[in-house]
Write a protein that binds this ligand. Sequence first.
Ligand code: GDP
Ligand code: IMO
Ligand code: MG
Length: 421
Amino acid sequence: MNIDILLGLQWGDEGKGKIVDALSPRYDVITRFQGGPNAGHSLEFNNVKHVLHLIPSGIFHPEKLNIIGNGVVIDPAVFKKEIEELGPSVAELRKRLIISTRANLILPSHRILDAAYELHKGNTKIGSTLKGIGPAYTDKTSRNGLRVGDILRDNFKELYNEHVKNHLTILKSYKFEFDLKEYEKGWFEGIETLKKFQFVNTEYLINNLSQEGKRVLAEGAQGTMLDVDFGSYPFVTSSNTISAGACTGLGISPRLIGEIFGIFKAYCTRVGSGPFPTELNDETGSELRNIGHEFGATTGRPRRCGWLDLPALKYSIMINGITKLFMTKADVMSGFNTIKICTSYKIDGKECVELPFNDDSGIEPIYTSFPGWNEDITGIREFNELPEALKNFIEFIETNTGVPITLVSVGPDRKETIFRS
Ligand code: GDP
Ligand code: IMO
Ligand code: MG
């Protein structure tokens, strides 16, 4: 059981990139299993901030192998840009970044379809990142996708044209102006960059590495509340972001899974549309946004902010089978007089702790209040040195979830991390 999973328990942006980077020294292999360039994973060291979209967050550790698994959807144009921004040469990176033959491709026309669908939805739009995620996964499950392995076929261009033709037929029924050529140039350049990397049947590779005793960390993207089955549907992404997604997104048996780390912010954020019971549309919400720099790493959109939602957190812990919790961004709340946690909901006048099927029905959060703390905690590296008020807040979450919080992140830098034994 030497494959661990790290995934987000809220609506994404919990700090997955930072923590995967901080944990990478303990692993041999870091691999992404779902999502695509809708993800924006930030990490910081030596005073430089990096944002990754497709590439696993272990890439800054030169001795580690990084794998983009079969469950990921890849936009070659985004891939090329990301590779160029990384710094090391392609010749060096190709030794430590491997791509699954089975990963599906996001075509330029998928991005256009994404934009056309969103526009058509009007007020009910999802707030998609418009990276073509929904249409690419739709083609995958309707068995119309193009995959990385297809790039090496002689008739790849012909296959590409057939797919685009189908998409253009759909687009005819939408009043939507677009310039396919604009996207296509960058996309085909990206295909040339991709071809310089190794395309591998990564399900064999990962299972073999696991059998050899190598330690693998599977890095989730998005968050549990954006899972296509268990999130706030339809305001979700189009993949399984939960722990089960790591099995299908990598080709591994559940028997190989060891720890399942669940990461959450000490408060909540959401970018895009959809229900958010503890959202704060007031001064406190703006403070969380400004102090926490809560702006999307992929789209730059302001993130909606609110208090920690315990019923939602417990739901995520249950769905994923979380063994250890990691908490990020408590440093953002230093200086708040009072901090709140939503411990149950009131729906139709009745108190409940279960997430309803339809959560746009007017959920009223019921809060427990905690005294805040004033100390700047970013320099603290020992759990015992944290302010008592924060330790009480942490203990309350542990008692109510039944899962230990074994890592506390106190800033964006890889060093600003407290490991608790
Ligand atoms: P991801 O998508 O889960 O990887 O998270 P993002 O990178 O989209 O968003 C998390 C943001 O919070 C990034 O700007 C990180 O640099 C930052 N961050 C991560 N952990 C902490 C923390 O403990 N404290 C503070 N202040 N910022 C953090
Ligand atoms: P990381 O990995 C936060 C949100 C979008 C939108 C919905 C569907 O950085 O945590 P999509 O582009 O998938 O069609 O968008 O999901 N979303 C994210 N929100 N972090 C992410 O990724 C997200 N990826 C998608 O804002 O509401
Ligand atoms: Mg993010």
